[in-house]
Design a protein around this ligand. Structure first.
Ligand SMILES: [Zn+2]
Length: 510
């Protein structure tokens, strides 16, 4: 088995990818290394930055060194696992490559690649339907042929998933590739979509690929490397990333942060404490010769990227990935659009999110979007599908969720208990994000382990209606004004005393 999942949060996971040259903990980002020249020597990526695996391009090696077939670890000076790409990206950029699917497979084997990719045809983000169909069909055909061409069983093979923005094609591609003998999959060509900041489309693509691929195989998102979006992609189930962004941005004088990119001449401070930023003042950095400044910027970009990967892993282990993406996605409205799209897939996240063992800390609830997180959804589903009120308690009294927790020890609850005869009264609390919390469940996770920002006591009318109907109350009383329209059978009162009066009247009538 080449991949083992160790921890989960949302659809994100910490895993171990076993290659013949060692194990890599995921989520992981492979820095893209140019086989010919690099501003930072690959060896240093491991020694100074902690990047244990890199990716380089076998097609470029073929072009530069031809049939010399240099061993890729010797060529790059990197002794950890090396993934090689196949030249498919060059097809996307230049329209074609000067090799064949067969040649690039045997070439990757010859140069000693640890993870190799077949020569697929990338769909890209702007392909017409017909073109996209062709790329999917041709990639599947080449994937099938590749199986018989491989001769080194120690290499892990990546099967690219194509289809671009056409989700039915992504689904078809993922299903077909998932049936073939691959160790990892890679979602092809999201680069153009990310350049357009179309993160909502990217979320659609990733989820579509994930639900159609075998879950035990890691998913690699090709060409995604900005720290601001890595947590979102991880939460959706991406395990591997590769990026040349650290170097390309540096070449262009751009300084990465976890939320954005800043042109170096627009910096007035160095808002970072990596070795580059602490050993240089801003003026010193700006005064460096161009090549040296590019080198220092690339280093800073790598430090930021690696720190974000570690931040994501910490969040997964704590069960706080949702909070992390809520923060990161507020970096840019288009990224936030991606986050909002995530809420469409809350069922997908809920199925993948672990039920147990994620109570290291409580949930942070900011707004209605926080209500789409799996813990909330799971609770609401249980209340809708499995919950039954205690026997004999046929009068429902709904109190606004108190600010002190657990609700069952709050002062308003005890005030209500003292004010009315409680034998037949079933107290429940209403408000966001859980809609309704029966008092007897108030101390279970996560109902007492969350932090809200107060004042949100609205609720879904449908949820309330369903709750009252399923539990066959003879009377339902709500304290407070959260219900916009009158609900048949629900008595709205302003205070606990009024509620007590309603309970008394009912007790007389029966
Ligand atoms: Zn820095």
């Amino acid at each position: 088995m080449s991949f083992e999942v160790k921890e989960r949060d949302l659809a994100g996971r910490i895993g171990e990818l076993h290659t013949r040259r060692g194990t890599i903990e995921t989520p992981y980002l492979m820095p893209v290394v140019n086989p010919v020249k690099n501003t930072i020597p690959p060896r240093e990526l491991k020694e100074n930055f902690g990047f244990g695996m890199i990716i380089t391009n076998s097609y470029l090696i073929l072009k530069h060194f031809g049939m010399e077939r240099p061993e890729v670890h010797k060529l790059t000076g990197f002794d950890g696992p090396v993934m090689t790409d196949s030249g498919a990206y060059q097809i996307l950029v230049y329209g074609g490559v000067d090799t064949s699917p067969e040649e690039i497979i045997s070439f990757q084997e010859a140069i000693g690649s640890d993870i190799a990719v077949i020569l697929d045809i990338p769909t890209g983000g702007r392909a017409a339907r017909e073109e996209a169909e062709f790329t999917v069909k041709e990639t599947i055909k080449r994937a099938k042929q590749s199986i018989g061409l491989r001769s080194d069983p120690a290499i892990l093979w990546a099967g690219p998933v194509q289809g671009g923005r056409y989700l039915d094609l992504v689904a078809e591609s993922a299903r077909s590739m998932g049936k073939l003998d691959f160790h990892t999959h890679a979602l092809g060509s999201p680069t153009q979509i990310m350049e357009e900041y179309d993160y909502a489309a990217l979320v659609d693509m990733i989820v579509t690929a994930k639900v159609n691929l075998p879950p035990e195989r890691p998913l690699h998102l090709f060409g995604a490397g900005h720290p601001m979006m890595l947590s979102l992609a991880t939460a959706l189930g991406c395990d591997l990333f590769d990026s040349a962004a650290y170097a390309l941005f540096a070449k262009d004088g751009r300084y990465m942060t976890t939320t954005r990119t800043i042109r170096v001449e627009d910096l007035t401070e160095l808002p970072c404490s990596c070795p580059v930023c602490t050993s240089h003042g801003l003026e010193e950095l700006l005064a460096l010769r161009k090549a040296e400044r590019e080198n220092q910027l690339a280093r800073h970009n790598l430090y930021v990227t690696m720190a974000e990967i570690r931040t994501i892993k910490q969040a997964i282990r704590e069960g706080a990935l949702w909070e992390l993406i809520e923060m990161r996605c507020r970096s840019h409205p288009k990224l936030f659009e991606g986050f909002k799209r995530l809420a469409h897939y809350s069922d997908y996240l809920e199925i993948n999110d672990p039920v147990m063992g994620k109570s290291v800390r409580g949930l942070f609830i900011f707004d209605e979007l926080s209500g789409a997180r799996p813990e909330v959804l799971r609770y609401k589903r249980r209340i809708s599908e499995r919950y039954k009120r205690p026997d004999g308690k046929d009068i429902l009294v709904l109190l606004p969720m108190p600010s002190d927790k657990p609700f069952s020890r709050s002062s308003s609850y005890w005030e209500a208990r003292r004010a009315m005869k409680v034998e037949r009264v079933h107290f429940c609390f209403y408000g966001q994000p859980f809609e309704i919390v029966p008092v007897e469940l108030a101390e279970t996770f996560p109902l007492s382990q969350f932090e809200g920002c107060g004042g949100v006591t609205t609720m879904s009318q449908d949820f309330l209606k369903g709750f009252i109907k399923r539990n066959h109350y003879t009377k339902a009383i709500i304290v407070g004004g959260a219900i916009k329209n009158e609900l048949k059978g629900l008595v709205r009162v302003d205070s606990i005393e009024d509620a007590a009066e309603e309970v008394r009247q009912d007790a007389h009538s029966i």
